[in-house]
Design a protein around this ligand. Sequence first.
Ligand SMILES: NC(=O)c1ccc[n+]([C@@H]2O[C@H](COP(=O)([O-])OP(=O)(O)OC[C@H]3O[C@@H](n4cnc5c(N)ncnc54)[C@H](OP(=O)(O)O)[C@@H]3O)[C@@H](O)[C@H]2O)c1
Length: 331
Amino acid sequence: MPSNLQILLDHRPTDKVSPANFRVVETPVPEPGPGEVLVRHTFLSLDPYMRGRISDTKSYAKAQEVGAVMVGGAVGIVEASNNPRFKPGDAVVGMGGWQRYDVSDGRDLNVVDATAIPIQAYLGAVGMPGVTAWYGLNRIIAPKAGETVLVSAATGAVGSVVGQLARAAGARVIGIAGGAEKCAYAIEELGYAACIDHKSLTFANDVKAAVPDGVDGLFENVGGEPFLQALRRLNDFARVAICGLIASYQGAPTALPDMRLVLVKRVKIEGFIVSDHMRLWPEAIGEIAGHIAAGRLKWRETIRDGLENAPQALVDLLRGKNFGKMLIRVN
Ligand SMILES: NC(=O)c1ccc[n+]([C@@H]2O[C@H](COP(=O)([O-])OP(=O)(O)OC[C@H]3O[C@@H](n4cnc5c(N)ncnc54)[C@H](OP(=O)(O)O)[C@@H]3O)[C@@H](O)[C@H]2O)c1
């Protein structure tokens, strides 16, 4: 039987995160005790929130402990079970962290149907990022047919679902993404009406040109300068969902501009955290799965092989080097 490869947080980053902040260890495969389940992971999820979790700045969730297995979503197959809810061979999604094997009491573990939808999608479009997209779009922006919705990180795990759900709701959907390849994919595969490359020197003018009727809904994933340009294009009664500010996780903070904008345009700006809305997850996932079954929702993945490459993959995610959901295939 293989050993349990684990990745621990070795020490907190003081500036930008690097692979040296983590340590790889090999331990014996754990035995499940009474009521417990042994899961062999097949994919790990890499997510931007992990940058916040490994710092000790006060946030909405408890900081990752130094010396402990790195937190994170994972999918896998049940190898042994002393819990009546699970049986060997079940495909499951949970928060097993950066390790090959996890022993769980089953509370944070859910059986999924990996026959119609690939198992790793439960870490993406039919998992936490998909629900995030669904919540911010439907519960904060609530687009009406014909309105314009602007989405940053438009081809990413969250953004790609936002764009397609907004389009299905009848909105004119405009993306912001990094580079020509991502923008072409946004338009040709995800159905965005237009996509603006935030790396372009003419970015501010490009935003203006892409939204001649202004923006009614802004789904913000990035922050920084692109966010400020997007705010300038808001219409009266616009809704802004603050989902993420990835440009600021290792860079300058994103500040609000003159609040007169919010007053005179009667804008609603609302931040949200998807884990505050657990009771809505089944409804959100059901709706997203329906769109997938109908062939209306696509996604893309960047898959890196090998658990030991998770630290570098996190570094790359935080530099925007992924194209779609960032995953580690565990072998
Ligand atoms: N509120 C919540 O509950 C919640 C839940 C999940 C995720 N989020 C947030 O949602 C956002 C998207 O998350 P995701 O998992 O879907 O990630 P992702 O979009 O798959 O990947 C991150 C993307 O951000 C873009 N980006 C733009 N500027 C960047 C910069 N300066 N540094 C790094 N990346 C930059 C890059 O795309 P381009 O090259 O196209 O710009 C990059 O590929 C993040 O801000 C995340 O924190 C929030």
